[in-house]
Design a protein around this ligand. Sequence first.
Ligand code: NAP
Length: 474
Amino acid sequence: MLNVPSQSFPAPRSQQRVASGGRSKVPLKQGRSLMDWIRLTKSGKDLTGLKGRLIEVTEEELKKHNKKDDCWICIRGFVYNVSPYMEYHPGGEDELMRAAGSDGTELFDQVHRWVNYESMLKECLVGRMAIKPAVLKDYREEEKKVLNGMLPKSQVTDTLAKEGPSYPSYDWFQTNSLVTIAIYTKQKDINLDSIIVDHQDDSFRAETIIKDCLYLIHIGLSHEVQEDFSVRVVESVGKIEIVLKKKENTSWDFLGHPLENHNSLIPRKDTGTEIVKPYTPVSGSLLSEFKEPVLPNNKYIYFLIKIYHTGLFTPELDRLQIGDFVSVSSPEGNFKISKFQELEDLFLLAAGTGFTPMVKILNYALTDIPSLRKVKLMFFNKTEDDIIWRSQLEKLAFKDKRLDVEFVLSAPISEWNGKQGHISPALLSEFLKINLDKSKVLVCICGPVPFTEQGVRLLQDLNFSKNEIHSFTA
Ligand code: NAP
């Protein structure tokens, strides 16, 4: 799934533009800028004091947390511990304290409704407000309720829209807090890379790639929804479910009104959308003798990008010509080089393009960590052809005896002599065999999300501590 901002930010008539300059800011202490806050939130520090646990907060409990050093605020049903954020708040601590121990939604909306607080305060989330018993009953009833609030079919004529058994369709249903839009593509090769979802304020847009066309759902939602959403694909039946979180826990009578080209199938060449997707920069090569000549001003960034031919985004990237324009954000991530201090054993578990973060790690580890005695890479791919930089890896392992590389294939040809299968306890325990007693170890893992999640669970089962595991997630 790609998150696609469709307009310049802030949007021309957004509240942010309207309000800019009208609000008073207080001078922040040094080291308390927005970037410092983002760094703190990505540091892994426990900002809620609950060690990552989410709880249900009663009104009585909320009221108790009303001091600067213990300040909880509820916004749209979610409770945040804002004490760690106090010194970073551009509006000052006193402004935040106005909502201490209470529901600050109204105040928040008056001052800066446009702020993406869900993302800013993600690490401060304590949990949800507990639902009172009477409401709970409604919620259960709601859950069973499926509304037939389908929008009328689009009247657009310049599209390929045709009724019929193979024409895509959609439906929606709701619970007290969620709205699910189900798209029936009637295609079996649909995957997450086939869909772009974008919503801003009340405008919701989902583009699904179906062969040479895009099926467009474009709706002005009848109620506000939160910024984050999830997308699930049931490949076997070609169904896509987009789950939106309501801003207010109320029942919607209808989903919304159709916007331009809603519910239509449009030839792909006729569409143009801005797409945002994170990629890990790599080095020009793994081996020093393969390195590109030093370029003036370090003006080059290397990316290693797999083109998914049936996808929406990467074929577009593939078609870019020299001189075309791509904007690049500043880097994000929380990997710290201090993890390498006095490191002796480094294990890298990569699947597919999950190899990309390992490139710089390998370069750095083999050249800049004097204490390092062993690096082992286990690289999972479907087939031999999918192994990225195989010959460079083999040459590097030959040249530097501290490096071992093992390839594991999930769909090899019968002649393949190497390891086969998926990440598993058996593969891992053999791979990680070392004298762990006296060594400082780090295991880095990156690949498709379920691969990474399963790997982390298996590593924990093998008694690796949190500090010894670093998982990369896009
Ligand atoms: P892929 O070719 O589809 O899969 C690579 C290997 O992983 C295959 O052997 C595959 O087995 C296996 N695999 C896939 N899903 C699995 C699962 N659920 N459990 C266990 N093994 C599984 O991979 P890809 O298309 O290159 O995708 C790589 C992923 O890495 C992307 O999702 C990308 O977003 C992510 N990535 C993240 C970062 C980052 O966070 N910094 C950087 C780069 C890439 P099968 O043959 O059975 O599918």
